[in-house]
Ligand binder design. Structure first.
Ligand SMILES: Nc1ncnc2c1ncn2[C@@H]1O[C@H](COP(=O)(O)OP(=O)(O)OP(=O)(O)O)[C@@H](O)[C@H]1O
Ligand SMILES: [Mg+2]
Length: 436
């Protein structure tokens, strides 16, 4: 365990980064989280909850449920129980350690209130801090001024960060991320008549090639629909790992053999699915239930906890480029270009030069190359520079790593909010003055 010493005090801060796919927990100052676990939990028939790897063991009445949606906790009991479970596993002595928790930029004030209250009331950490994910990413890169493009599971977001502070009014978010791709993959395979049977239920298989029918025997394990769906997500994840982004307007195909757990292989077109990161409406769903509603990336601002740190960010900036036409759906490039167009002209060049691309889906082959070309073409007056961490594990856990960097800064000790301070100052002041 790494510990940070400053001012004579030794602090082993805990960093907790909650994503809608994975949750990461570990110690400040470390290069990597100690625990990376699914943001889903298992609910047994008797009401008991299970966490970690054991949720992958099939049982007759085991329901698998999400803890978060769009990086926001939707099941508070499960969230608290999951954190407690892993804090115990790490043998964390709460009274000796402060905790930094990441949050997305689109949380409502009432949600933030609940989050802070839950941490102070259910746990006994010596201090607490709530940090915005893009701020953490900017610290991981040591770039206080940057544009953070996070292509995660439930969400794709673009956030300008200035002096480490997120400009919420200029930020954008859509849902065309990893889950969207999973739905496309499911639709693509089902529409071809491919059986998607997760590996836990496969007893034996004979290797065949599509269009030959899968030839396998199942174990006939009795479990729940939610368990099977959760296991299917692993197949879609493997499928995503071999995707490749095509060049713009390319008519080429990029065939690759993909083997399903049933032993059936199918030649898939890697371009076909990945293109939708840039053009979300290009893939036509056969099963409407799997499709996503149109989304132009604007965040409901009355819900966002807006903060403007600089006078420089003016509303009716006369230098601003002509507003982009109204659109229903924005792909990745349009989302970033639109954000850049709303940014104060003095900051625009610096942000265009410091675009950080992060999140699991950003690992898709050729994604950053295509993004660079499109952004450069769409913004001829700007010098575009993308920064994407080369190591894939670092990229997926970048917000956690940034939180680890942030909390180990020598100046950070004054940022922790203690229970006493929370009780004295009240939640509103803590939220508005300490966790901006
Ligand atoms: N190498 C890869 N290629 C393509 N997709 C990947 C790769 N690795 C992970 N993913 C996908 O990235 C998504 C997870 O990304 P990430 O870990 O950034 O999400 P998260 O932080 O848990 O969620 P959130 O969207 O709430 O931030 C999943 O959909 C996963 O399948
Ligand atoms: Mg994330």
């Amino acid at each position: 365990m790494t510990s940070t010493v400053y001012g004579g005090d030794e602090i082993n801060a805990i960093i907790l980064d909650q994503g809608s796919y994975n949750t990461r927990i570990g110690y400040a100052g470390d290069d990597f989280p100690k625990i990376i676990t699914s943001s889903y939990y298992g609910q047994l028939e008797d009401g008991n909850k299970i966490f970690g790897e054991s949720i992958n063991v099939p049982r007759p009445n085991l329901e698998i449920k999400p803890i978060l949606k769009e990086s926001v906790i939707i099941d508070w009991d499960a969230a608290i129980a999951q954190y407690q479970y892993f804090f115990n596993q790490l043998k964390i002595v709460q009274s000796d350690q402060p905790i930094l928790v990441t949050e997305p930029i689109w949380t409502e004030p009432i949600y933030r209130e609940k989050l802070v209250e839950n941490f102070f009331e259910n746990f006994d950490f010596s201090g607490f801090y709530l940090a915005k994910s893009p701020t953490c990413v900017s610290f991981q890169q040591g770039r206080p001024n940057c544009l953070v493009v996070d292509i995660g599971h439930d969400s794709v977001s673009v956030t300008p960060v200035i002096d480490g502070i997120c400009l919420l009014k200029n930020s954008m978010k859509t849902n065309y991320g990893g889950r969207f791709l999973s739905n496309e993959i499911q639709d693509y395979l089902e529409n071809k008549g491919v059986v998607i049977e997760p590996s836990f239920n496969i007893k034996s298989k004979i290797l065949v090639k599509y269009p030959d029918m899968a030839n396998y025997e199942t174990k006939n394990i009795t479990t729940t629909e939610s368990f099977v769906d959760f296991q299917k997500q692993k197949i879609f994840h493997q499928f995503k790992e071999i995707l490749e982004v095509p060049e713009k307007n390319s008519t080429k195909e990029s065939p690759r053999l993909f083997e399903l757990p049933t032993g059936q292989s199918i030649i898939i077109d890697r371009f076909k699915i990945a293109e939708s990161i840039f053009e979300p409406t290009i893939y036509k769903f056969a099963n409407e239930k799997l499709s996503f509603p149109a989304c132009n990336g604007e965040i409901e601002l009355n819900q966002a906890n807006e903060y403007r740190p600089l006078k420089r960010v003016r509303k009716n900036d006369s230098n601003q480029s002509t507003p982009a036409p109204e659109v229903d759906v924005r792909g990745l490039t349009q989302l970033i270009s639109h954000t850049l167009s709303t940014i104060d002209i003095d900051l625009r060049a610096s942000l265009a030069n410091n675009i950080i691309v992060t999140g699991g889906v950003s690992l898709i082959s050729q994604l950053t190359d295509r993004l660079y070309i499109e952004l450069s073409n769409n913004n001829p007056g700007l010098k575009i520079r993308l920064h994407a961490v080369g190591n894939s594990s670092d990229r997926i856990n970048q917000a956690w790593i940034g939180g680890s960097v942030l909390a180990s800064l020598g100046t950070f000790h004054q940022m922790w909010v203690t229970k006493e301070e929370y009780k004295e100052a009240g939640i509103d002041r803590i939220l508005n003055q300490r966790f901006r």
